[in-house]
Design a protein around this ligand. Structure first.
Ligand code: GTP
Ligand code: MG
Length: 187
């Protein structure tokens, strides 16, 4: 079953759109498996507990199978591990610094959603990157006006869905459950 990482960006949280955005995916019939409010600040990233992420400690194995832990010590000042890793494919873009500023400017709502075809369907529900081009009825088409303030993120492939969920959620934060409505969604 596909999984996708959906994130209400800081503008969506500030504008009080969290419930509305969660509702769209809930009503469609996808299954929520992870949910948290998370501040991924630059200040946090400068300290030892950057974004509270285990990815600071890269696990490796030595020749005899024992686990080795490497603490990442070369954290750049003014950088944010999670958001930079999250948007690493866009590093060369001119708007990248602005994008990192935007995404670390306030709390975000991190979500994992599961369902057959959820990755592509969520992208459709979200709409085009530029909200002025996004169709009415989509989240961005209904709720946003500018690419740099487009209120929500959605993974662009099943591989990235898995990668991003692993990046933003720690082990034990995801929940496996069976919604009672399952037989009413699929025959
Ligand atoms: P995400 O779901 O957030 O990944 O958006 P997307 O897949 O529709 O677009 P893409 O991955 O290409 O870009 C990621 C994010 O970078 C966008 O959602 C925007 O917030 C931001 N972005 C993309 N292009 C521009 C741009 O030209 N200017 C600015 N300021 N931001 C941009
Ligand atoms: Mg994208």
């Amino acid at each position: 079953v596909d999984q996708t990482y959906i994130m209400v960006k800081p503008d969506g949280v500030q504008r009080g759109l969290v419930g509305e955005i969660i509702s769209r995916f809930e009503k469609k019939g996808f299954k929520l498996t992870g949910l948290k409010l998370f501040q991924c600040s630059k200040e946090l990233a400068e300290g030892a507990g950057a974004c509270q992420k285990e990815n600071l400690h890269r696990r490796a194995h030595n020749g005899r199978g024992a686990k080795l832990y490497f603490a990442r010590v070369n954290l750049e000042k003014d950088s944010n591990v999670d958001s930079i890793e999250h948007y690493k494919d866009l590093k060369q873009k001119s708007f990248f610094p602005k994008l990192i500023d935007y995404i670390t400017s306030g709390p975000v709502v991190c979500m994992a959603w599961e369902g057959v075809g959820v990755v592509a369907s969520a992208r459709k529900l979200i709409g085009a990157t530029d909200p002025l081009q996004a169709e009415p009825g989509t989240i961005r088409g209904d709720l946003a006006v500018q690419t740099g303030r487009n209120v929500v993120h959605g993974s662009d492939s099943p591989e990235n869905g898995k990668r991003e969920i692993a990046l933003w959620f720690k082990e034990g934060e995801l929940c496996e459950w069976t919604p009672v409505q399952a037989p009413w969604l699929r025959e």
